[in-house]
Design a protein around this ligand. Structure first.
Ligand SMILES: Cc1cc2nc3c(=O)[nH]c(=O)nc-3n(C[C@H](O)[C@H](O)[C@H](O)COP(=O)(O)O)c2cc1C
Length: 468
């Protein structure tokens, strides 16, 4: 038996309403669950939400599994009381040790409890949402798609936007730079259909594994196991030659025939703005849907906090490793949701050599094309406390010396401020910003004020002001 979506839901439910809320009032699949999630976020609340009654479907929906950094920690088994730095440390060490999948028989796989093939397939039974008014339609937003590289045979998994096209088809929008984009192009060149399985609903550590930014040769199913801390159990699919996670909630099998494509979008993107419609994109023709008999549907509200947080640890890990090569004393990397995660990094180093602050910023920027702002601070500045980061900028650095601008660098096309080779035209370039807010390594700097250690440890607030 694997950890799964249900085991995670039970865990967060036990932690109380800060982490889990169940809503039984009926909700409309047009925007309503998203707006409830957004209104809670405006109050600083990011619980997992379970909607038991989504109009038009008998299947419950859960969302906001990645709404908060603490929730990412919980997915890795780290208690919300532990220091936040443990979250990235754990993620990095697990990422480094992939665990091969374990194959189980179909009869041992709960994902096979219900099997619908051919004419029995009707995606309309699922509580699929329309998330934003100008979106092209309803979307699967957090299923992971499993495909196989036709040349190496290596399995790939990733999360892509999927606009529903009919009761048995949906679009697959692959960024050409992502591995699935390469793999799909290879099938196109070979004039062969690509088999695929879209998996909806599994333990959040498995979903995070599909978002890992590994090499093309790495098998993300093994990374899912690494992040879960146990082999991902898989069973053979019904209609395609691919494995299906045995403990997932819903699996949709089918083929993408490059001779029959579609268009998709616009879509509410991770920038907080609409991303343009795309034409052509892949079209998945569904052959079978298999699911647990009381399946739960997993959704994610795109263009809001959890869209970026879901992949944040993966970005942080790749920035951390890149900085570590140049500045081995790197202590931490945090990519905060306030800066869209992928666009902003706080890098914490123990500075020993003059220039290390700027070098850490350069390494961070070079590690990740999306990253636009790198702020480097000393190891006594808490990168998880934005007030401390801003304080470090305000008191440690002077712009003429410590601010570096790198124009015309490869960036994020979807970032609305991005530009092309002609500056006034849209394109994929950004001007990168490095702020070195570290203190000098060899020269004296102002003395930081701290309370006497003995007094700090001795004073207990409750002895002076009671518990109220
Ligand atoms: C909610 C969400 C939606 C995403 N949508 C897309 C998408 O539509 N197309 C895409 O190529 N990548 C998308 N991504 C990013 C990929 O899932 C991510 O980069 C993944 O690592 C790609 O895997 P691959 O390189 O193995 O294909 C999305 C990520 C998230 C979290």
């Amino acid at each position: 038996m694997n950890k799964d979506l249900r085991s995670f839901l039970a865990e967060v439910e036990r932690l109380g309403p800060e982490f889990f809320l169940r809503i039984d009032k009926p909700v409309d699949p047009l925007y309503e669950p998203c707006v409830i999630q957004q209104k809670l976020a405006a109050l600083g609340r990011y619980p997992v939400l379970r909607f038991d009654r989504v109009k038009g479907s008998s299947i419950p929906l859960v969302t906001n599994l990645f709404g908060d950094y603490k929730m990412l920690g919980l997915a890795l088994g780290i208690s919300p009381d532990e220091p936040k730095r443990r979250i990235l440390e754990t993620f990095r060490s697990r990422l480094a040790a992939p665990i091969p999948t374990a194959t189980v028989s179909r009869s041992q796989a709960p994902i096979k409890e219900v099997i619908r093939k051919g004419e029995e397939v009707d995606l309309g039974r699922l509580p699929i949402l329309k998330h934003a008014e100008l979106n092209g339609g309803k979307y699967f937003t957090i299923g992971f798609l499993i495909v196989r590289d036709p040349e190496t045979g290596i399995l790939n998994a990733g999360v892509y936007r999927h606009e529903i096209k009919s009761k048995n088809s949906f679009a697959c929008m692959f960024n050409p730079a992502h591995h699935a984009g390469y793999i799909y192009r290879r099938y196109k060149e070979l004039k062969r259909p690509m088999e695929a399985v879209l998996v909806l609903g599994h333990h959040p550590a498995a979903v995070m594994g599909s978002l890992a930014r590994g090499a093309m040769e790495s098998n993300e199913l093994e990374i899912m196991g690494a992040l879960m801390g146990e082999p991902l159990e898989v069973a053979p699919a019904e209609t395609v030659d691919l494995p299906v996670p045995a403990w997932a909630e819903i699996a949709i099998e089918g083929i993408l025939d490059p001779a029959s494509e579609t268009a998709d979008g616009p879509f509410s993107e991770y920038t907080g703005f609409y991303g343009p419609a795309k034409d052509p994109v892949g079209l998945m023709q569904v052959r079978a849907v298999t699911m647990r008999k009381d399946a739960i549907y997993h959704d994610l509200d795109p263009s809001h906090r959890e869209h970026n947080l879901s992949g944040a640890l993966s970005f942080e890990a790749s920035v951390f490793e890149a900085v570590k090569k140049l500045v081995p004393s790197v202590h931490g990397v945090y990519m905060p949701p306030s800066g869209s995660c992928v666009f902003t990094a706080y890098v914490q180093i123990k500075k020993r050599v003059p220039g290390e602050g700027k070098s850490a910023g350069l390494a961070a920027i070079a590690a990740e094309p999306n990253l636009k702002i790198a702020i480097v601070v000393d190891d006594d500045v808490d990168i998880y406390d934005e007030a401390q980061v801003l304080w470090a900028i305000a008191t440690h650095c002077e712009a003429d010396r410590d601010l570096t601008l790198i124009p015309n660098a490869m960036g994020a096309h979807l970032n609305p401020s991005a530009y092309g080779e002609r500056r006034h035209e849209k394109g994929p370039m950004n001007t990168k910003i490095i702020i070195d807010a570290t203190r000098p390594a060899t020269m004296p700097f102002a003395e930081r004020i701290r309370p006497p250690k003995e007094v700090w440890e001795r004073i207990r607030l409750e002895d002076y002001i009671g518990r109220g």
